[in-house]
Design a binder for this molecule. Sequence first.
Ligand SMILES: *[C@@H]1O[C@H](CO)[C@@H](O)[C@H](O)[C@H]1NC(C)=O
Ligand SMILES: *[C@@H]1O[C@H](CO)[C@@H](O)[C@H](O)[C@H]1NC(C)=O
Ligand SMILES: *[C@@H]1O[C@H](CO)[C@@H](O)[C@H](O)[C@H]1NC(C)=O
Ligand SMILES: *[C@@H]1O[C@H](CO)[C@@H](O)[C@H](O)[C@H]1NC(C)=O
Ligand SMILES: *[C@@H]1O[C@H](CO)[C@@H](O)[C@H](O)[C@H]1NC(C)=O
Ligand SMILES: *[C@@H]1O[C@H](CO)[C@@H](O)[C@H](O)[C@H]1NC(C)=O
Ligand SMILES: CC(=O)N[C@H]1CO[C@H](CO)[C@@H](O)[C@@H]1O
Length: 292
Amino acid sequence: MLLMFCMGAINLEAQDLSLAPDEVEALLEVATQLGKKGWNRNMKLCNDTILPPKLEAENKVVCNCSFPGGACRVIAIYLKRQDLDGTLPKAIEKLPHLKHLVLWANYLSGNIPPEWANTKLETLSIGVNRLTGKIPSYLGRITTLSYLNIQDNMFSGTVPPELGGLVNLKNLTLSGNYLTGELPRALTNLTGLKDLRLSSNNFTGRIPDFIQSWKQLDTLEIQAGGFTGPIPLNISVLTTLTDLRISNLLGDGSEFPNLESIAGIKDLLLSNCNLSGNFPIYLTRMAQLKVL
Ligand SMILES: *[C@@H]1O[C@H](CO)[C@@H](O)[C@H](O)[C@H]1NC(C)=O
Ligand SMILES: *[C@@H]1O[C@H](CO)[C@@H](O)[C@H](O)[C@H]1NC(C)=O
Ligand SMILES: *[C@@H]1O[C@H](CO)[C@@H](O)[C@H](O)[C@H]1NC(C)=O
Ligand SMILES: *[C@@H]1O[C@H](CO)[C@@H](O)[C@H](O)[C@H]1NC(C)=O
Ligand SMILES: *[C@@H]1O[C@H](CO)[C@@H](O)[C@H](O)[C@H]1NC(C)=O
Ligand SMILES: *[C@@H]1O[C@H](CO)[C@@H](O)[C@H](O)[C@H]1NC(C)=O
Ligand SMILES: CC(=O)N[C@H]1CO[C@H](CO)[C@@H](O)[C@@H]1O
């Protein structure tokens, strides 16, 4: 029994990570669309079966080889800073087990393909590329998403209300685009958000009162988002904030917002918000405060 157990363990170690044939074809199609060179049918395309922590991988394909039948399936693709100059690959819909797609810091152009609406992605990181056009409404159909980052592209137009359907989102970063208009009220439904970044855009209107529905936020960053002041009073209900950065609000100023209830705040940046009046003395009692 013991011998058999040991041999079983050795077999597992020696597993050769061979990808299912249909997934090899799909992955090569993805590579072609991305402009990724160097992959072919005769090489081991899976690097690993373990997901890297915090999306920290530059050039890696992670597979799951525990499906019935033994062949591996792609669950994550990381291609950061790989000088890819193609487009976002519509062929990822042919990788039905793909959960994490990280294409950070390349030269990818075009927009998000409609085929992606049918995926079960949990992580989508396409920041720092050359993507253009409006944020498509069908992005709101990838309801499995918990992490979405499209920062530092050239997306324009308004934020589609359909993004309010991404009810599993924890991290959302739209910073560094040319987004305009007001934030749609439908975003009030993103109640699981922990980290929201909207900096460097051309939004209009005030930061909405409905920020109060994002009760789990620990990071809120809206620097030079284009918004008009003042900061909504309701910010005081976001008591779990540790990192609050709001800067360059336009228009008439206001007094310092009441942040007394946000006792665990660590980083507080409110520059260029045309604040006036007394310095709030309670800030001197906030033990966690590191950056003011
Ligand atoms: C993953 O495999 C590809 C293809 O063999 C290789 O180019 C790449 O460097 C590997 N990545 C890591 C992190 O080992
Ligand atoms: C791999 O697939 C198996 C079978 O579907 C599943 O039970 C397991 O959780 C998956 N592992 C990962 C890391 O996704
Ligand atoms: C939030 O989601 C609920 C349930 O899906 C929906 O009925 C409601 O209209 C949404 N709220 C907004 C402001 O879109
Ligand atoms: C998502 O946001 C949380 C909360 O701010 C943070 O701890 C976590 O590192 C973020 N995830 C990634 C992958 O950056
Ligand atoms: C967008 O905002 C930036 C500053 O935040 C400004 O320089 C730029 O002119 C604005 N662009 C448009 C199209 O409004
Ligand atoms: C700051 O707000 C005051 C009114 O409270 C307004 O008169 C002034 O123009 C504002 N300053 C800037 C730089 O917007
Ligand atoms: C909890 C809280 O402060 N809610 C307020 C949010 O803002 C609206 C409109 O300004 C008020 O009516 C609520 O009382």
